[in-house]
Design a protein around this ligand. Structure first.
Ligand SMILES: Cc1ncc(COP(=O)(O)O)c(C=O)c1O
Length: 399
């Protein structure tokens, strides 16, 4: 048998967003004044009460293994959160805590997919879904949304993507990379199709608290028992509580699926980080005012960014209802030149913008969104306004 990596691993591309952020980090460390719109994490500090809870957990000796699916106290807190905030009833045996929502999603694909099973992924999509599907032997089936439809799939588009091999539909609302949100009717149509054609819905609700339209997130599993039987709800604390480094996420769903997920996790990683689990109990049960403060700050930045970008000739963006991202449409700039270099794609645009204006944005190709760049507004208002100024000057400099 020759040496070498597996076929499965060979086809996996590294996360483009993490790679770009690493590059920006290196540029900043070298003293370059880069404005980063590429980040995928809140720039706020983790609320004090949560940090204190982490310290207290360490002092109380919460430094050993817990149950592989997560400490029962934490699963109880999650059970309460799902009931009170989402209207979802789950027993703690139906909840598995993992090392971040990313890990929860991977675990769920691993537990659900057989070789060749299809997963419908609306695009533009988060960079990790297709790669995770492939790592688990599945086949990503992309269903293209459009800016005109606010990046939400129409029922007819969902139906067109369904085949006999469809096993999972990947729902992300509010969405990374475009901040779009599915309304009740959109969700109901998807739920009906899942029941009719018998497939699972994996709903990634990690941005549920970052909503700016005055509405509350609707968890699709609340739309009826038959949908709930087919839904795996994913959530985590990274975005809501600015806890990306704590690495805690969780999944809730049908008993058999969760049992399989727990068994796989018990063999692969055991329990998630123990002190972090206790910090998350605090996050879920404390006064939620810090969450609202962060939401309001994000909303102000969204408004400033959307207004600033739309005031620049040649680019545009929608005003998304959720998350902390906008998709900047740069299609009108394709064919222009930057210092002699032809802008032939959003990747070239992003490269030139970084080189000449020291502004980092993620090219849409990473999200299956050619012609767009993703801008995160998880940066200070001062940096955001400076970034817009630089983008305007750069766009105006194109010939
Ligand atoms: C849509 C989406 N889901 C999941 C995650 C991962 O979250 P976690 O830090 O809990 O792994 C991210 C992070 O960027 C995300 O954007």
């Amino acid at each position: 048998m020759p040496l070498g990596i597996s076929r499965k691993a060979a086809g996996i591309v590294p996360s483009a967003t993490l790679a770009l952020n690493a590059k920006v980090g290196v540029m900043k460390a070298a003293g370059e004044n880069v404005i980063g719109f590429a980040g995928g994490e809140p720039d706020f500090d983790t609320p004090v009460a949560i940090r204190d809870a982490m310290k207290a957990a360490l002092d109380a000796g919460k430094t050993r293994y817990t149950a592989a699916a997560g400490a029962p106290e934490l699963r109880n807190a999650i059970k309460g959160k799902l009931k009170n905030e989402n209207g979802l009833d789950y027993d703690i045996s139906q909840i598995v805590v993992s090392n971040g929502a990313k890990h929860s999603i991977f675990n769920a694909f691993f537990a659900l997919l057989n070789e060749g099973d299809e997963v419908i992924i609306p695009t533009p999509c988060w960079v990790s879904y297709p790669e995770m599907v492939k790592m688990c032997g599945g086949v990503p089936v992309f269903a293209q949304t459009t800016e005109k439809d606010n990046f939400v799939l129409k029922p007819s588009q969902i139906e067109a993507a369904i085949t006999e091999k469809t096993k999972v539909f990947m729902l992300t609302s509010p969405s990374n990379p475009n901040g779009s949100c599915w309304g009740r009717e959109d969700l109901q149509a998807l739920a009906d199709l899942a029941v009719k054609h018998d497939f699972y819905i994996m709903t990634d609700e990690i941005y549920e608290h970052l909503l700016y339209n005055g509405e509350k997130n609707i968890s699709i599993a609340t739309l009826g028992d038959k949908v709930k039987e087919r839904t795996i709800t994913i959530n985590g604390v990274s975005k809501t509580y600015a806890m990306t480094g704590f690495r805690i996420g969780y999944a809730a769903g049908p008993k058999d699926v969760m049992k399989a997920i727990a068994a796989c996790q018990s063999q692969a990683t055991s329990n998630p980080n123990t002190p972090s689990q206790y910090a998350v109990i605090k996050a879920l049960t404390m006064d939620q005012e810090p969450v609202e403060e962060m939401r309001k700050a994000f909303m102000k930045r969204r408004d400033a960014l959307v207004e600033g970008l739309n005031a620049i000739d040649g680019i545009s963006c929608l005003k998304p209802d959720g998350a902390f991202y906008v998709m900047m449409n740069v299609k009108k700039l394709i064919g222009k030149k930057s210092d002699g270099v032809v802008i032939d794609s959003c990747t070239t645009f992003a490269e030139q913008l970084l080189e000449h204006a020291k502004v980092a944005v993620v090219p849409g190709e990473a999200f299956m969104a050619a012609g767009f760049c993703r801008l995160s507004y998880a940066l200070s208002m001062d940096d955001l306004l400076e970034g817009i100024k630089r983008i305007r000057a750069f766009v105006q400099s194109l010939t």
